[in-house]
Design a protein around this ligand. Structure first.
Ligand code: ZN
Length: 236
């Protein structure tokens, strides 16, 4: 691999967060995984890309299945989640099959915090999720439906989930009631008003996170309603 003799300082100047020692550590970590046969790795566009085969024994049939994948580490790794692609384009991209048009696997909604962002185990967790995805996709291929619970696509539902979680975290019944009210009545939150936790402080200086999520939620639902209205008009 080229660029091996560069000092970490030179890498930093180029905006690369992968110094050779880090790459070595990461590759060692990936080689230790029992369910991955690591094939090759490279630095592409200053980012680490790895290619390997996920190996998996199907629970139902006991059949051994293999899927060749490419994992692309994002620039902000481990603060951003790596993308995993179906390298040989074995599966056809589809929303129901949880695969993007560029053959990227749809693993999780990032805002649900399912992955340990910031941890050095982030990539291995993402590969484990890919293995679960692969198992489900094989079932999808046979039955035509995604097994188990699948996340609805789009942002409104997960945002609603986060908003409710945030209200619960406030441990304030009035904040939870307020949250249900703005969800039900589609009310846009007013940051100038007092905080719904009834602390008497301005909303913007009290439960700030709740306020931001509520704003985000209303914006997304508006956008989604707009989109559906336009789609309905087009279909009519
Ligand atoms: Zn408050």
């Amino acid at each position: 691999m080229n660029g091996r003799n560069k000092s970490p300082f030179e890498y930093q100047e180029q905006g690369v967060n992968w110094c050779p020692a880090q790459v070595d550590r990461e590759i060692l970590r990936l080689r230790a995984l029992p369910y991955l046969a690591l094939e090759s790795w490279s630095i592409t566009n200053r980012q680490l890309h790895v290619i390997g085969t996920l190996r998996h024994t199907q629970q139902e049939t006991g059949r051994k299945e293999c899927l060749r994948v490419r994992m692309e580490y994002p620039r902000e790794y481990p603060w951003d989640i790596p993308s995993v692609f179906d390298q040989d384009k074995r599966f056809a991209p589809s929303a129901n099959g949880h695969q993007y048009p560029d053959h990227k696997l749809c693993l999780s909604f990032p805002l649900r915090f399912e992955f340990p962002v910031g941890s050095e185990n982030l990539a291995t967790e993402v590969l484990q999720a890919s293995l679960v995805w692969f198992d489900k996709r094989c079932i999808f291929e046979r039955l035509g439906v995604w097994p188990g619970a699948a996340e609805e696509h789009g942002y409104v539902r997960p945002l609603r989930l986060l908003l409710r979680e945030e209200a619960q975290r406030s441990r304030s019944l009035s904040a939870s009631a307020w949250c249900e009210w703005i969800i039900a009545e589609l009310v846009y939150p007013d940051s100038d008003k007092g905080c719904p936790c009834l602390s008497g402080r301005p909303f913007a200086h009290c439960h700030t996170q709740l306020l931001w999520l509520a704003i985000l939620y209303q914006c997304s639902s508006n956008a989604m309603r707009d989109y559906e209205r336009r789609a309905a008009r087009k279909a009519a």
